[in-house]
Design a protein. Structure first.
Ligand code: TRP
Length: 510
């Protein structure tokens, strides 16, 4: 069976694919606006600490479990753990839920590329509307959103059908360098706008966000921790099977620790670069238009599809060209991430077929998975972020917690909000207390980790990761469900304690 299983063409190909999975809308959209919401510099520091002490640990663990078992998540966890074998299901359903909205956002990117191409060809006045009007008009035209979502799904499907090295690796080998160059072009353009320095100060000068009036007050540390933690996991593609699946195609010779460091570093670098491309441009444009600093919109979906579109429109004749470059860049980032999620889901059935001796089922399996994704995605695309209908309106509820706002939030809540922090917490408990850290360290040992790394890994996986994840879980539940914060802290702590006891007691798995 193993002989027929897919594998990467080279370690560089794997790295580019893993970086492609990591670098996505989370970096280019989520990172800048969450940094904006959480007071700039403080967020950055918390994010970096979490990436080193938590992200790195889970990254190494997922790669190790994937490569050791050479299986997709459901079977991999079943093989490794007795008590937590069901984490694999979390790690397969969550990518499905993410795909239902990720593909819709990919469709929006396609629409914005078309929009800026129109402006480029026929003059800026061809679509003489503000970014806000354009976004609103797009959301209330469900047909267009559905059509472009389907187009995006087809693009991803064709790439994944091409295979691990023939499709995914090939796309990333061209896409990632192209993305990097385009990002540099946008950074140069953004930083040469008048008043761009204000945006840089917002990002890098401690306390400046509050002093200059961008936000009213510095949010408390626990809420920064929750936001930064959620962002870091999403951005690194962790705890949802994607990295595990990519690791399962990796050759035994490669050094997992070194690879993890490269992936975490690159993802963080691109997130920072995206921040430097986006925030100064948004701030500069706001100031030039006479908008008071506190009202420059750096948060939410508005940043990417309203504020930045205004930036490109106000740049004059060449603006639409930068618009095309920017939205193509975002599109590449979205595709490279979406294909990792699609592969994670499809790999389960492809592996099952291989075990039965059926070798050529990739194309049909990926097609079926794409259809399944389409079902959820049509709901998300048609509701237009709640402009047309929402889970709440369908249920006939009027005042609603965030998770019933629109189908995007609904699917996001169960995947990013619950499955991801819970999955990461359980994985750390499983490795730290049930099967023991040596399962990972022995697999890593093909690249022979130092004693220092072993100590660091054991300590983090046993204590730091589970405790931090409980905070992240609480933070997410507070965001999505609202109500009394103490209830959600209590729920998280109880979950942590119960699973910790389960992991640490009774018969050890062999
Ligand atoms: N990391 C991607 C982003 O930043 C999204 C993504 C791709 C993802 N694969 C994932 C998130 C797996 C969680 C798990 O946009």
């Amino acid at each position: 069976m193993e002989n027929n299983r897919s594998s990467w063409g080279s370690n560089l190909g794997f790295l580019l694919a893993a970086i492609g999975s990591a670098v996505g809308l989370g970096n280019i959209w989520g990172f800048p606006y969450k940094m904006g919401k959480c007071g700039g510099f403080v967020f950055l520091i918390v994010y970096l600490l979490l990436a080193i002490f938590v992200g790195m640990i889970i990254m190494v663990s997922e790669l190790a479990v994937g490569r050791k078992t050479k299986l997709s998540p459901i079977d991999a966890y079943q093989k490794v753990s007795k008590k937590f074998s069901w984490i694999g299901w979390l790690a397969t359903i969550a990518p499905y839920l993410i795909m239902t909205f990720y593909t819709v956002l990919g469709g929006y990117c396609l629409q914005y590329i078309a929009l800026n191409m129109t402006k480029l060809s026929f003059g800026n006045e061809a679509v003489n509307m503000t970014g806000g009007d354009i976004f609103g008009a797009m959301l209330t035209t469900p047909l267009g959103c559905v059509v472009f979502t389907i187009l995006f799904i087809i693009i991803c499907m064709v790439i994944v059908q091409g295979g691990v090295s023939g499709g995914i690796e090939k796309f990333n080998k061209v896409g990632m360098p192209a993305l990097f160059v385009m990002l540099l072009i946008i950074i140069v353009r953004s930083l040469t706008l008048p008043h761009a320095a204000e945006g840089l100060k917002f990002m890098f000068v401690p306390g400046y966000a509050v002093k200059a009036g961008f936000i009213e007050a510095q949010p408390n540390l626990v809420s920064v921790l929750g936001t930064a933690g959620g962002q870091m996991f999403f951005s690194l593609s962790l705890a949802m099977g994607a990295i595990l699946t990519y690791g399962s195609y990796l050759s035994k010779e490669e050094n997992l620790v070194k690879n993890s460091v490269i992936i975490v570093f690159s993802d963080t670098l691109i997130a920072l670069m995206a921040g430097i491309a986006v925030i100064p441009a948004a701030v500069a444009n706001g100031i030039a238009q006479g908008t008071p600093v506190g009202q420059i919109k750096l948060g939410g979906p508005n940043l990417l599809f309203v504020t930045l579109q205004d930036v490109f429109t106000n740049m004059g004749k060449l603006g639409p060209l930068f618009g095309v470059i920017f939205y193509v860049l975002v599109l590449i980032a979205a595709i490279s991430s979406a294909i990792s999620l699609m592969e994670t889901i499809a790999a389960h059935w492809i592996d099952k077929d291989l075990a039965k001796g059926e070798n050529d089922t990739r194309k049909s399996r990926v097609f079926t998975v794409s259809l399944l994704i389409l079902i959820g995605a049509v709901l998300v695309a048609a509701d237009g972020l709640g402009s047309n209908f929402s889970p709440a309106s369908l249920l006939g509820i009027s005042t609603v917690p965030t998770f019933l706002d629109c189908f995007l939030d609904f699917f996001d809540c169960w995947s990013e909000g619950i499955a991801m922090p819970l999955g990461a917490m359980l994985m750390a408990l499983m490795i730290g207390w049930e099967v023991g850290p040596d399962l990972v360290l022995d697999e890593v040992a093909h690249g022979d980790p130092s004693e220092g790394f072993k100590k660091f890994f054991r300590f983090c996986v046993k204590f730091v990761v589970p405790i931090v994840m409980a905070f992240v879980l609480a933070g997410q539940m507070i965001d999505f469900f609202g109500g009394n914060q103490m209830i959600w802290y209590a729920v998280s702590v109880i979950a942590l304690v119960v699973f910790w006891i389960i992991a640490g007691t009774g018969k050890k798995a062999e």
